[in-house]
Design a protein around this ligand. Structure first.
Ligand SMILES: [Zn+2]
Length: 309
């Protein structure tokens, strides 16, 4: 029987749903075999969900469950099924920023779950329906994204905000422009857990979205602020890459210092744009993706010189 990817995804979701009634081993095997998203237990009450976009996080306390970020659009339904099969009823969603690999599943939560994001994320989400559409069309050219209103957060903040999940305090911070102009980091003090959104790309070149309001200077300052929220035991969930601790943030800080110094020196030495984009970033030569490296160098070059491509 020929099975399209769409059917496969539905079948996978159905398999996962039935896994709710299976034993723990069956459930574990099914989850590994059938799904492109993967649970990672990071504490008693928290699970990271990896795959299909930025790292999402589930935090459950009492009758409440918080979901941070909703992955790419094509993973929206699947992730929702997956979370519910895991026995969680999500009562609050937070978007760490507007990018479509963190907000693409919003449409599958919005009808019955509040979604909170920075107010500056809203116009950017409204303007990126084509990104949600593209994600779905890659699986099925006949598919299309739900109405954009379903992706738009139901609630917004412009800075420091506190929520209660169960009886646990959840604190949102906005440290100004960094990865975008609408980054939110989420601290759960009782769990000593910090979700940084894309202010941390752990062990990979970061995506510096100048059009989305990014600045390497602001990003560096935001990482310093994140470090102040951490002690040696804090669990740090980055936007991309493996779950880490304060060292992942220190590495991100060191990366931006090295990147900015490399570009500043190149400009001072009168190197061309093309030469600059090929320079190694000292200490980070082992990071994969020459394209990611060139993109980071070019973003820093444009920021430091004020000369766009
Ligand atoms: Zn991002």
């Amino acid at each position: 029987m020929h099975v399209t990817r769409r059917q496969f995804t539905r079948t996978s979701a159905a398999a996962l749903a039935s896994a709710a009634f299976a034993g723990p081993l069956t459930r574990r095997v099914l989850a590994q075999v059938a799904s492109p998203v993967n649970w990672r237990r990071i504490s008693d009450r928290a699970r990271a969900i990896e795959g299909m976009g930025g790292n999402a996080l589930i935090f459950a306390q009492g009758d409440d469950t918080l979901l941070i970020d909703t992955k790419i659009a094509v993973g929206g339904q699947l992730t929702r099924d997956y979370i519910q099969t895991g026995g969680y009823m999500v009562t609050q969603v937070i978007n760490t920023h507007h990018h479509a690999d963190h907000t693409g599943g919003n449409a599958w939560w919005k009808p019955d779950t509040p979604i909170l994001a920075h107010e500056l994320a809203v116009p950017r989400i409204r303007a990126q329906r084509d990104r949600y559409d593209d994600s779905l069309k890659r699986r099925d050219p006949n598919d299309s994204a739900p109405p954009i209103e379903l992706f738009v957060p139901s609630d917004t903040t412009n800075g420091e905000t506190e929520l209660t999940i169960g009886d646990e305090k959840v604190i949102l911070h906005h440290f100004g422009p960094g990865h975008t102009d609408n980054d939110i980091v989420v601290l759960i003090p009782g769990e000593n857990l910090l979700h940084t959104g894309d202010l941390c790309f752990n062990k990979m070149h970061p995506f510096i979205d100048l059009d989305g309001g990014a600045t390497t200077k602001g990003w560096l300052a935001a990482v310093e602020q994140c470090l102040k929220l951490c002690d040696e035991r804090t669990i740090v969930v980055p936007g991309h890459g493996p779950v880490t601790n304060f060292r992942g943030l220190e590495l991100q800080r060191d990366y931006f210092n090295a990147l900015r110094e490399t570009v500043a020196r190149a400009v001072k030495e009168g190197r061309s744009r093309e030469e600059t984009y090929k320079l190694p970033i000292p200490g980070f030569e082992d990071y994969d993706s020459p394209r990611g490296q060139a993109m980071a160098l070019s973003a820093a070059y444009i920021e430091l010189t004020g000369k766009s491509d």
